[in-house]
Design a protein around this ligand. Structure first.
Ligand code: AMP
Length: 228
């Protein structure tokens, strides 16, 4: 299954993509995670994108498209499939992706839009903490770590992302409305958009995403669920 997840920052794209990866073996590719890793490692690319990423602006389309293409290996295109979280974020990115996938005869199957009320988003983002080591995502209210400040999975330190702080957050919301909202219409007009209520618990949202993926009227891909 070749999937794209769309939605506000904090709509749960990363969480759902991680669950899809665990349940079905469909690798999740997150441009935000990749960019933050580059910044943490102090690479040339990291230095170049740091101001935009930490300030809540967008990285140039061609640059981020190249990063994604680099992760779309033959295996992911033809065997395991993939899900993209945080890409595309602009219509030109969606067009670049479509063109790339068409060239590989591996078109996108579904774009899943996680619909969440803006007030819920603001509450989620201000309470969000992320593990510096493994990237596990917590919420201080609904999914607090067992020990404050420490990741339950790997013991790493939890931190609040620079861009989850107020000014950057406001900028990300503005970018979302101006640049990313039109991507929904782009996929809708191509008949690959599914809307899912992203306002529930992670379990409820995941169940809805599974329904959206499995009720696809055209059985274009056989999903095999791993035994739990
Ligand atoms: P995210 O983790 O998806 O919220 O992304 C964090 C930040 O990385 C964004 O605010 C942007 O600065 C940058 N970024 C991630 N994905 C993209 C993209 N597809 N296009 C442009 N910038 C991106």
């Amino acid at each position: 299954m070749r999937l794209v997840f769309l939605g506000y920052p904090g709509s749960g794209k990363g969480t759902v993509a991680g669950r899809i990866q665990k349940a079905y073996g469909v690798p999740a590719i997150s441009t935000g995670v990749i960019l933050r890793e580059e910044i943490a490692e102090g690479t040339e690319l990291g230095k170049q994108v740091k101001p935009q990423v930490e300030g809540g602006g967008l990285v140039p389309d061609e640059l981020v498209a190249r990063i994604v293409e680099g992760r779309l290996t033959e295996d992911r295109l033809r065997v395991s499939g993939f899900s993209l979280d945080g890409f595309p974020r602009t219509v030109p990115q969606a067009e670049l992706l479509d063109r790339y996938l068409a060239g590989k005869s591996a078109p996108l199957h579904r774009a899943i839009y996680l619909e969440v009320d803006k007030l819920i988003i603001l509450k989620r983002l201000t309470a969000r903490r992320t593990c510096r080591s493994c990237g596990e995502i917590y919420n201080l209210i609904t999914k607090a770590p067992l020990k404050p400040g420490m990741c339950d999975v790997c013991g790493g330190a939890l931190y609040q992302r620079e861009d989850d702080q107020e000014d950057a957050l406001r900028k990300r919301m503005r970018e979302y409305h101006a640049q990313t909202q039109p991507v929904l219409h782009y996929y809708q007009s191509r008949n690959v958009l599914s809307r899912v209520d992203g306002g529930g618990t992670p379990e409820e949202v995941f169940a809805e995403v599974e329904r959206a993926v499995e009720s696809d009227p055209i059985p274009r891909w056989k999903l095999t669920k791993f035994p739990r």
